[in-house]
Design a binder for this molecule. Sequence first.
Ligand code: MCN
Ligand code: CUN
Length: 786
Amino acid sequence: MSQALDEVKIGGLGASRQRVEDARFIRGRGNYVDDIVLPGMLHMEILRSPLAHARIKSIDTSKAWAIPGVRLVLTGEMAAQRNLAWMPTLSYDTQAVLATDKVRFQGQEVACVVADDPYIARDGVEAIVVEYEPLPPIVNPVQALAPDAPLIRDDKEGQTDNVCYRWEVGDAEATERAFAEADVVSKLKLHYPRSHPSPIECCGSVADYNSATGKLTVYMTTQAPHIIRAAVALVAELPEHMIRIISPDIGGGFGNKVPVYPGYVCSILCSILTGRPVKWIEDKTGNLVSTGFGRDMYLTGEMALRADGKILAVRFHADTDQGAFFSDAQPSKFKVGLLHSAFACYDVPHGHITAQGTYTNKAPGGVAYRCSFRVTEAMFFQERMVQAAADDLGMDQAEFRRINLREDDSFPARTPFGFLVDSGQYAKCLQMGLDAIGYEDFKREQAEARKRGRYLGIGISTMTEPLGAGNSREYDILGIKMFDSAELRVHPTGKAILRTGAKTQGQGHETTWAQIVSHELGIPADDIVVEEGDTDHAPFGMGTYASRSTPVAGAAVSMVSRKIRAKARKLAAHLLEVSEEDVEWELGRFYVRGAQSRGVTIQECAMAAYTNMPDGMEPGLENNAYYDPPNLTWPFACYIATVEIDPETGVWDVLRLVAVDDCGVRINPMVVEGQITGGLTEAYAMSNMQFQTYDAEGNIVGGNYMDYLLPTAWETPGFELHEVVTPCPHHPIGAKGVGECAAVGGPAAFVNAVMNAIGHTGVRNIDMPLLPDRVWDAIRTGKDIS
Ligand code: MCN
Ligand code: CUN
């Protein structure tokens, strides 16, 4: 008779286990960087440039130095003496730590002041006098590429224009031939506006250089502590064993906390110079104006179509506005990240993409914000194009997708841009979404409503996206391969500690990783503590972004658990006095084949590992695993929104939003639903309220929460969630990433719905966000709004 445990009861795979980390978060007992207080700690504040583009003529710090309590005023010139005025970026460019020659965007770091408390430091910042000679600012790619445009990066040898990169992929000739055979060519042009992740907690660090031991400890808000350690080792030329990066609790990352920011570097340098711990905590405006933004891409493309609806080819061009420094934090060899994952869910035979990045006088950062490196722009453009194409053919948008989506038996399939898509049930997901929203009924209702002057619309977005960088063949950061790791120690009583190279920022790893161990070993999830983020403790890993934790670190958790199980099996054989071949496993327990009642639990094996191991066996029950996935994971999603627009005001309301997500096997369904709900909320925000613009002078509009809008529970509509499970063929437990899906695929559903509602006006596109005045203008003029 089986005595196997009930997996859901012990908190294993599929259990909607309550998040263990929330016990401290909701009690206000989290431990964030700003909670760190060290003896003798000083405080640092940053002086930022008020101008977007200007030459620095002089910096007078004497008044700041004179303020009682000011301990250090650091300028670019002083940083230069230590070879730290500039730093390398993760995209092989350079970025100013503190400006020496010019300022290149509003909000750029110019100097910093270290003082006994943050208020004195702020006074010190205000006492610094900088004389600027203004230069003409450039705020978009068109200005950047104008023949007489001033050169932004005159610091770079050989740089003669504002082009930061050019890149292309695909087969231009084959694509051209396909276009020549097309019955219909559908075109679209749009801008995906600049947005900002704006996590609740801003960036910050506490740097503590111990001059007696030579060890540097830095508490910081980073999604990737080991990468930071490697970067510090390279930039500051400190040996790695003398650097400890600790990423404590993080109040949201959303990609904002992947890049290396000047503030981190300055706090380290200031600690070295003062010999005391130095804390830097960014304020909201500092975060909004200077740290990693998302998007800011102009897309123009066309699709070659056969009259029956089959897509023959696509080609498009992307112009990206990179800001003043090319500091995209992304691990691919491709200059525009994974933009070429566009159209991966459709059977498109040919394609060609060109892209060009330009420097402008805007904040650098790029690629971040809940997106696997430009995948958000890719999927938005794809889904907006698909709708435009269906409209141009006079075909129903669901039917057009049905004709072109990859079929279940077509996997693995190579996209025209080189990706290998490995699994999915696209038609099933789409149908589930259509059924849930009541597609045909809604279309009838829409037609009826139109007669009475009401504008109803329905928009679909279907997409698969590559999540989980990497595999190490194709993905690396500064040459370090994209794998990840887990280390598991099972204590004598069968309780355990698990550490990984990922770093949770709210995703719930402390809860879900324990569930994987539970699934593999039958140890109750409550008996496993999970720790991440301290480079002196955690195994080397590449951190959390690109929804890579489940695909890579999560897989490593499975693999290390299996290593533990293999050793426990030997211990079981020893305890049961049978040969290993005669030992069978069921959840939580080994037993003798043919005599199921004769068994030992995993806890008994753990005790034996320390008290009663067979001769010749190493004591202890711990191990680690480094996992290099064979491919990315390919979750699929279908989002369908219905909206009603008020034609008098352009205000639009979401009637319903149906989501069908296939992220493979779900470790914790409740956590997954939380991820999707959060992603859809951000998608909704991007589609209708959230963007960062700059005026002609390069002043940022959106440097505060009066102008940069974040959705609250009040304006966010409810979402109806559904699931399909197609296990990932190469992941040890069949899971795919999910953290970004809804933010990536969601915006197009909302925008397509609004465009569908005003389809009769002839308007092809309104650029996001679809603010009421834009929608109203479009209805009134019948013209596209950019
Ligand atoms: N999960 C699961 N079953 C699956 C897939 C995932 O139970 N099949 C769970 C995982 O165990 C994990 C969570 O869902 O607890 C997200 O997993 P995954 O998709 O692997 O993504 P990551 O953990 O790598 O998180 C990164 C992703 C990204 S890139 C951004 S940006 C983002 C996002 O997560 N930032 C977030 N979600 C966020 N959620 C919060 N609360 N805060 C952020 O900063
Ligand atoms: Cu790009 S936002 Mo997430 O990958 O950290």
